[in-house]
Design a binder for this molecule. Structure first.
Ligand code: 5GP
Length: 196
């Protein structure tokens, strides 16, 4: 997705440990027009699938999840990283290890919002080792619902998340695929193919 790749190239910064900072348009300040375009692109890519719910994880998945859900005219659920005070024990949970924060969170979704006949599109901002997406898939499947696909805004293709998810049988669509963050430079997968 060209608009997204341009934003990454012009506004993203590469931190230590091959982490990309996109706080100015995705992770802290949000570019609403880009978020809407991202939602539309996800819907276009998954147009052959039946989707009845969008599921993401707080907080950075909420903007792209919401715009996809709006375009699909279905509800968005965001998994919580910490159980909220108003949540009772009727929840689905999965443990998710966060690579960037080096901590494990118990992600939680209320049983009230996922039904066995739901077809769920999972959305997240980044794909690295696939932990967050696998946790969301686990929560979905605990309810008996089907994972319709996994939509990722930025995939770090040099990590093994994409492989893990496809090997587990999920369809993954990533809007920007990063081949490398070496030398503080962002190289996308397509560019790498051309120069090789
Ligand atoms: P995974 O669970 O696939 O290992 O990592 C995905 C999660 O970690 C995302 O939800 C995202 O919050 C965070 N993450 C992983 N890599 C990056 C990165 O390079 N930049 C940012 N901003 N977040 C990342």
């Amino acid at each position: 997705m060209e608009q997204l790749k341009q934003a990454i190239q012009t506004k993203g910064t590469v931190l230590a440990n091959e982490v990309l900072k996109v706080d100015s348009f995705l992770n802290h300040q949000i570019d609403p027009k880009l978020a809407v375009a991202i939602g539309k692109e996800f819907v276009e890519r998954f147009k052959s699938e039946t989707i009845t719910k969008v599921l993401t994880i707080e907080s950075s998945g909420i903007a792209p999840g919401l715009t996809a859900a709006l375009e699909l005219d279905v509800s968005l659920i965001f998994a919580r990283k910490k159980k909220s005070l108003t949540m009772n024990d009727d929840v689905y949970t999965a443990s998710v290890y966060s690579y960037t924060k080096n901590e494990t969170n118990e992600v939680t979704v209320s049983k009230a919002f996922l039904e066995g006949d739901d077809h769920v599109l999972i959305i997240d901002d980044f794909l690295a080792n696939g932990e967050a997406a696998l946790g969301l898939a686990k929560v979905t499947e605990q309810s008996g619902a089907t994972v319709a696909g996994i939509g990722i805004v930025i995939e770090k293709s040099f990590q093994n998340g994409h492989k893990k998810l496809t090997e587990a049988g999920y369809r993954v669509e990533s809007l920007a695929r990063i081949q490398s963050l070496k030398d503080e430079k962002v190289t996308f997968v397509e560019e790498a193919k051309v120069t090789n």
